[in-house]
Design a protein around this ligand. Structure first.
Ligand code: IVH
Length: 705
């Protein structure tokens, strides 16, 4: 390094050199020097500036606060999962929601369900953890279980106090957002800065306030966040040692009293008519609100009821989002492309003349399948109406050039990627590429899915990287990922040592993977995240599941000749016979058959066994509370007075028990309500323990403490 000795020249050199290392570190992920060497440069610059204040440069590194290196945002598990919301689109859906709540809680006619109502703000949710009143950590929602650490960034948001008067642990949850006016000003500023730098084409422009908020919060350098006009609105809480009230409204008011912003439109509302009126009122002022909203949220006000209602999958039973109707725009359909999915599904995609819908520029829309193309009667060149609702993929809802005289657009009969025939079964809506593993699109899509966030979640192994590895023959099956070596990676990037080391480290970190992620990652048809979790829960380990699949395959082979029967009922019965132990509450015949069809292919089995040589799926530990009934089989019978069957079942499952419909030798416990009959008798005959509803309540509350 040629470091000049004269202070002014030395400071100029340091400014360039430090900026270069910042870029190498942050943008290229490929630092050339150690953290200590970097710190030495920063310290030297600071010392020179202290000695020669007149020489401080406008582009001095000391003016870029927080330029010190920091890695990508760290991932941290949430103390309580961050849930999402079910959607209602019509007031009838809201009415149904209230009905469900009433039934679940087995409420009498005289009991009213009060709900809180507030706008649903379009930002990104964030959990702020206060310990003994001090803000100690802020996490983004992430996948709901694990979020990204944005503590330093959040500390720069003026709406968020560093301390609150709450004892112990209290997690405030809410939306980080950007006001509409601030968003417009930010885009204008970014454009002006780029113009000044002589490169307006390179100006970063955000598509909407939500993206701007997300992009501003998820920064490695908190100084960037500090320069962005972010706001915060609280709408709930996570882990809390003590709650300041026993209602949703009461707790939110307390949070507001602690100095956190809470919606001024938060209210307690009772009865469908009042809910509808609230919705209409907010919809009417929507355009005048300073921030984007996409609906209103209703929550059961009583917290004891919220606790009893609990959650299904990823959304609470005690809340619902009532969404505003989608926004629409008109444009031209330029072309229809076919995309090949990882299961060979061919999806037609509409390429559109770019148009703004609800503040977002849209250039593509899904056309779903050949039936949808026929239903809309669309051909390239047509004028179409586009609709966009929230984060949902834009849809074409109407064809303005519709002409019933035209033949439907001809769906291609060959896969655009590999040329294999495209086929669809008699009852199927989708065409599929028959190329299976010879179709590169399917292989690549499978690999991308395998490494993606909800599957193996391999940091640094994104779609583009996988495509390149695939093209160069480095990675063909999932197991290949785990056999990548430094020698293979090094020649791929200039100065790629750090990149290669980081990637190999990220891959190695996933050799122990939760069983449900492992199953989801395989990309079996119909096996989504929830189904993968059900499979993991039902079977506990890959070995146990493997045994069940092996048995299913044997039956399947022996029954294979009966395939060809089309009668639906028969098909289901056949599927049941074949898939035997795979069938459980969460796993229906269609899923079971898809699993067996996957396992029946030798190349799939080979790929899985090969993968199991590289990784070890751990048995999933479910978040069930330890209890006297963990792992036991429970039967509820008779009329339950304090809760519905659904609630009883949810309680049992939360305690790790299985609920069965009938009493057998494998039943461990019978909970008998009023007027229990034959099941009670059978339990007595078999000598099975029988308890009453109040004993059950004690088990439930005992486990909770
Ligand atoms: S309550 C347990 N209230 O909407 C319920 N969410 O679609 C969790 N959101 O992830 C959310 N405004 O990021 C709630 N007033 C509000 C909200 C709100 C916006 C977001 C939140 C959530 C998403 C679900």
């Amino acid at each position: 390094m040629n470091a000049p000795a004269d202070p002014a020249a030395r400071m100029a050199w340091l400014a360039t050199e430090i900026a270069r290392h910042d870029a190498l570190y942050h943008d290229a992920d490929a630092p050339e020097i150690s953290d200590a060497e970097y710190d030495a440069l920063v310290t030297e610059n600071r010392a020179l500036e202290a000695a020669h204040p007149d020489l401080v440069r406008p582009d001095s590194p000391s003016k870029r606060v927080g330029a010190a290196p920091s890695g990508p945002l760290a991932k941290v598990a949430h103390a309580r999962p961050m849930l999402s919301l079910d959607n209602a689109f019509a007031i009838a859906d809201v009415e149904e929601f209230v009905g469900r709540v009433r039934r679940f809680l087995a409420l009498g006619d005289s009991e009213n369900v009060a709900l809180t109502a507030e706008p649903k703000i379009d930002g990104l949710s964030c959990s702020l953890r206060y310990e003994d009143g001090r803000l100690v950590r802020a996490l983004t929602r992430g996948d709901g279980q694990t979020g990204e650490d944005v503590t330093a960034n959040v500390r720069t948001i003026a709406d968020i106090p560093a301390t609150i008067p709450a004892a112990g642990v209290f997690e405030v949850r809410g939306e980080v957002y950007m006001a509409k006016a601030d968003f417009a000003a930010l885009n204008a500023r970014l454009l002006a800065e780029a113009e000044q730098a002589g490169d307006p084409a390179k100006a970063r422009q955000f598509a909407n306030p939500r993206n701007a908020a997300a992009g501003s919060l998820r920064q490695k350098d908190a100084a960037t966040t500090a320069a962005r006009p972010l706001r915060f609105l609280a709408h709930g809480w996570g882990e809390a040692d003590t709650l300041p009230a026993e209602t949703q409204l009461g707790v939110m008011q307390a949070i507001g009293g602690w100095g956190l912003p809470v919606s001024p439109d938060l209210e307690r509302v009772e009865g469908i008519a009042a809910l509808a009126a609230y919705y209409a009122r907010i919809e009417a002022v929507r355009a005048d609100l300073p921030f984007d909203i996409d609906g209103v949220v209703y929550k059961v006000d009583r917290l004891d009821w919220q606790r009893r209602l609990g959650q299904v999958a990823r959304a609470p039973r005690w809340a619902i989002a009532h969404k505003f109707p989608a926004q629409r725009a008109e444009t031209t359909l330029e072309r229809i492309d076919i995309q090949v999915g990882r299961t060979g599904k061919l999806t037609p995609v509409a390429r559109l003349t770019p148009v703004t819908v609800g503040g977002v520029v849209v250039t593509n829309a899904t056309l779903h399948n050949a039936d949808e193309i026929e239903r809309l009667g669309v051909h390239p060149g047509d004028r179409v109406v586009l609709q966009r609702a929230g984060d949902v993929i834009p849809q074409i809802v109407e064809n303005l050039t519709r002409d019933p005289g035209r033949a439907p657009w001809p769906f291609p009969l060959a896969c655009p990627e590999c040329g294999s025939a495209a086929e669809r079964g008699p009852d199927e809506v989708d065409y599929r590429c028959t190329g299976g593993l010879v179709c590169p699109a399917q292989q690549v899509e499978r690999l991308i899915h395998f490494a993606s966030r909800h599957a193996f979640d391999i940091e640094g192994l994104g779609a583009r990287q996988i495509q390149e590895f695939y093209q160069d023959g480095l990675v063909r099956t999932p197991a290949d990922i785990f056999r990548l070596t430094e020698e293979q990676l090094l020649p791929r990037k200039k100065d790629g040592r750090v990149w290669a080391a980081n990637l190999l480290k990220a891959i190695d970190a996933k050799r122990a993977v939760p069983m449900d992620r492992f199953l989801f990652a395989l990309g079996v048809r119909h096996v989504g995240e929830v189904t993968a979790r059900d499979l993991a829960r039902d079977h506990g380990s890959i070995a146990a599941l493997g045994r069940v699949i092996r048995a299913g395959l044997r039956t399947r082979r022996s029954l294979l000749p009966t395939i060809g029967e089309t009668e639906r009922k028969f098909e289901i019965r056949r599927a049941k016979a074949i898939s035997g132990a795979l069938l459980t509450k969460g796993i229906g015949p269609e899923v079971a058959e898809a699993i067996l069809a996957f396992a029946a292919e030798k190349h799939n089995r080979d790929a899985v066994f090969d993968l199991l040589r590289e990784v070890a799926p751990s048995d999933v530990v479910f978040h069930t509370r330890p209890s006297a009934v963990s792992g036991k089989s429970v039967v509820f019978t008779g009329k339950l007075l304090t809760m519905s069957r659904d609630e009883a079942k949810a309680q049992a499952e939360a305690l790790g028990a299985k609920v069965a419909a009938s009493v057998s030798r494998s039943t461990h416990l019978v909970v008998a309500g009023a007027d229990a009959g034959s099941k009670l008798k059978k339990a007595a005959e078999l000598g099975i323990e029988v308890i009453g509803e109040d004993d059950w309540a004690r088990i439930v509350s005992g486990a909770a403490s």
